[in-house]
Design a protein around this ligand. Structure first.
Ligand code: DUT
Length: 204
């Protein structure tokens, strides 16, 4: 296991551009390589802002942020472009061979042909999320950020997606924002964000 695949936030204070107050203050968080951490907390607590810090689009005014070189972000609704499965996956790596793309589709249980045209409305919510995960695999992301991936799925689809996350992302470092306790318990560890701070480190 390479040791540069984890996340280390030390004393991080961060604010959105133009915001008067910081959204996160003095955040300490270490995520080991390959660990899966569920991030919980009330609406507006700063969970998405934490992802913004890790992705580099929220300004850090104090402290240090260490993230791996390759990070993938899977939002509530997968961002798909109206073109083929192949081109949607190649957003993860423009040079990926068809064999690698097919391996990623296999890993997420999607039996789609690479030439199939997709788009925001042509796949079910669960299929779109799977395609987003496959793109993260094509990117060979060391860190995968899941922002409420089951928010728009019915119960069976949600369970199926979570099972897939268990297997397809088993060796990746994963931060998983969720409101659902049944999702949080699948993680190695749960952290809670409240009022811009990590307030609880609950170990299972
Ligand atoms: N905020 C901004 N600009 C943005 C997004 C958020 O200023 O583009 C502010 C609003 C809010 C704070 O950051 O007061 C925290 O929001 P965040 O979206 O990080 O909270 P959350 O924990 O992800 O809430 P939710 O569960 O509702 O998504």
């Amino acid at each position: 296991v390479r040791d540069d695949r984890g996340v280390v936030l030390s004393g991080v204070t961060a604010r959105w551009e133009d915001a008067a107050e910081p959204v996160l203050s003095g955040v300490e968080l270490t995520v080991r390589p390959g660990e899966r951490v569920a991030v919980v907390g009330g609406s507006g607590a700063g969970k998405s802002s934490l992802f913004g810090v890790l992705l580099g689009f929220v300004d850090v005014s104090r402290g240090t942020v260490e993230v791996p070189a390759r990070v993938a972000w899977c939002p509530q609704e997968a961002v798909l472009v109206s073109t083929t499965v192949r081109e949607n996956l190649r957003i993860g790596d423009p040079d990926a061979s068809d064999d690698r793309l097919r391996a990623a589709l296999d890993a997420v249980g999607l039996g789609l042909d690479l030439d199939t045209e997709v788009g925001p409305t042509l796949l079910s919510g669960g299929e779109a999320q799977r395609l987003g995960l496959a793109r993260a695999l094509v990117h060979d992301a060391d860190l995968v950020l899941l922002d409420e991936p089951t928010a728009h799925l019915d119960e069976p689809s949600a369970r199926a997606l979570l099972d897939l996350i268990d297997t397809a992302l088993a060796d990746r470092t994963v931060l998983h924002v969720t409101h659902r306790p049944e999702e949080a318990v699948r993680a190695d560890r749960v952290v809670e964000i409240a009022e811009g701070r990590v307030v609880v480190r609950a170990y299972r």
